[in-house]
Write a protein that binds this ligand. Structure first.
Ligand code: GDP
Ligand code: GDP
Length: 436
């Protein structure tokens, strides 16, 4: 089911990122630990009383060197476009400013639910200061202190109370949902168009269930596919559309609904830092992944070129060692027929379930070959393993003491599982759990 999206809006220094970090908590992703992939988070999952939602800090979306008022207006527009509920933050230490009033006007016109938070109310004596903020027209202002974590519960109660009732999105289990992500100009729209114009592909455009997303359905060789958010790719021209972080935001929304994500790389310009960042998001989301090297027509090739290029990719994207690489040209359509079959493979593996007895045969063979390690005189004992989830496949390995499961041994087991069941195109998770 779709998760609600909450956007935080407000002038610089009112405390947006402080509050974002409080609400998101300490959810550090695997990819953020990889050197060179620093990430300023502007989009993350949060949770309140068992309700999960997505949170955007619009303040993190820098929009060129525009004057403050224009930047504020654009951030408000992004919030209005993307969010189901908006948290509008003002600063108790500064009172209402002209920029606050400007933002208020835009938010007011949008008809989106807006919850007004007055930040930096660091102690109860200051609570009387909220009354002047009624004049902004959003009803009761919520006094909070991001720095001290005060008032956030009441604020979230109110925010969650405005979440729309999402209808269960109709997901057809036999259909493969995929999206294309990558830097601007890698050829995402060109590739979608090339796929749609391919022979043997039957296409139908229907309105997606998610607001302003148009999903494109296609059918090929007995398999149904849906390409997600092709509308977002076609819709161009808005000022902020070209800013890097905004395109990341769009990509994230598409990744969320995908079984498989195609990570596009431009063969002409080569691999850039931003490619890694984008790929990292897909990996963190636990989706099936196919790496697509587009514009292969611009590369002079001999029999070794592809292999060398793949090695380069492997070195740059070590965390995607499971992702197959496809080389093609959206322009000339060369090798484009290799793509959908690979998407199908990734999707099947992403959804695959391994029977417990078969899994345990593999695990026990692995242990016989490479005995479990001993830590401080204690030997790791593996009792049995079972697959607890698919999409992506997750395995729980029951052991005498999870502390004894060293990273390298876990990696060894993962490799054995991969060797046995061929999980090409999907991440898998292994969780050690205590069972005495
Ligand atoms: P942003 O620009 O809106 O994202 O604001 P930041 O989150 O970066 O905060 C701006 C400044 O206000 C920082 O120095 C914070 O430490 C401070 N700040 C944030 N929340 C509070 C609060 O509740 N009380 C006080 N006194 N300071 C705060
Ligand atoms: P997007 O921003 O990722 O959607 O990229 P576009 O599909 O708009 O493509 C950006 C540019 O790259 C356009 O000028 C395309 O014509 C060009 N392009 C896309 N695919 C290919 C390709 O396979 N080969 C070459 N040579 N150019 C391509």
């Amino acid at each position: 089911m779709r998760k609600a999206v909450v956007a935080i809006v407000g002038r610089p220094n009112v405390g947006k990122s402080t509050i974002f970090n409080r609400l998101v908590g300490e959810r550090i992703s695997i990819v953020e630990d990889i050197p060179g992939v620093t990430r300023d988070r502007i989009y993350s999952q949060a949770e309140w009383l068992n309700t999960k939602f997505n949170l955007i800090d619009t303040g993190g979306i820098e929009i060129g060197d525009e004057p403050l008022l224009i930047q504020m207006r654009q951030q408000a527009e992004i919030a209005i476009d993307e969010a189901d509920v908006i948290i509008f933050i003002v600063n108790a230490k500064e009172g209402i400013t002209a920029a606050d009033e400007e933002v208020a006007k835009l938010l007011f016109k949008s008809n989106k639910p807006v919850v007004l938070a007055v930040n930096k109310i660091d102690n109860p004596e200051m609570r009387d200061e909220i009354y002047e903020y009624y004049s902004l027209g959003f009803g009761e202002p919520f006094p909070i202190s991001g720095a001290h974590g005060l008032g956030l519960g009441d604020l979230l109660d109110e925010v969650v109370g405005h979440f729309p009732q999402f209808e269960q999105e109709e997901v057809d289990e036999d259909t493969i949902y995929f999206s294309l992500i990558g830097r601007p100009n890698v050829g995402k729209s060109s590739l979608v168009n090339a796929l749609l114009n391919e022979e043997r592909v039957i296409v139908s455009d229907i309105e997606g269930t998610t607001r302003d997303a148009v999903d494109t359905h296609l059918h090929r060789d007995g398999q149904d596919y849906v390409i997600i958010d092709t509308a977002g790719m076609r819709k161009r021209g808005k000022v902020y559309e070209s800013t890097e972080k905004y395109s990341v935001l769009r990509a994230l929304r598409a990744i969320e609904r995908s079984d498989v994500v195609l990570v596009l790389i431009d063969a002409e310009t080569g691999i850039r830092e931003q490619d890694k960042k984008i790929a990292g998001y897909a990996h963190d989301a636990g989706r099936g992944i196919v790496i697509v090297v587009n514009k292969w027509d611009t590369v002079e090739t001999d029999e070794k070129t592809m292999k060398e290029y793949e090695e380069k990719i492997r070195a740059h994207f070590q965390f995607l060692d499971y992702a197959p690489v496809v080389f093609l040209s959206a322009r000339t359509k060369k090798r484009i027929h290799t793509l959908l079959p690979m998407v199908q493979v990734a999707s099947e593996n992403h959804a695959k379930r391994i029977p417990t007895n078969v899994l345990n045969d593999v695990i026990m063979d692995a242990i016989a070959m490479n005995p479990t390690p001993t830590v401080k005189g204690q030997r790791l004992k593996v009792l049995y393993a079972t697959q607890v989830a698919a999409k992506p496949p997750a395995f729980v390995v029951f052991v005498n003491d999870p502390e004894l499961m060293h990273f390298s041994y876990q990696r060894f087991l993962e490799n054995k599982i991969r060797d046995a069941f061929g999980f090409v195109g999907t991440p898998i998770k292994i969780i050690a759990r205590r069972r005495s």
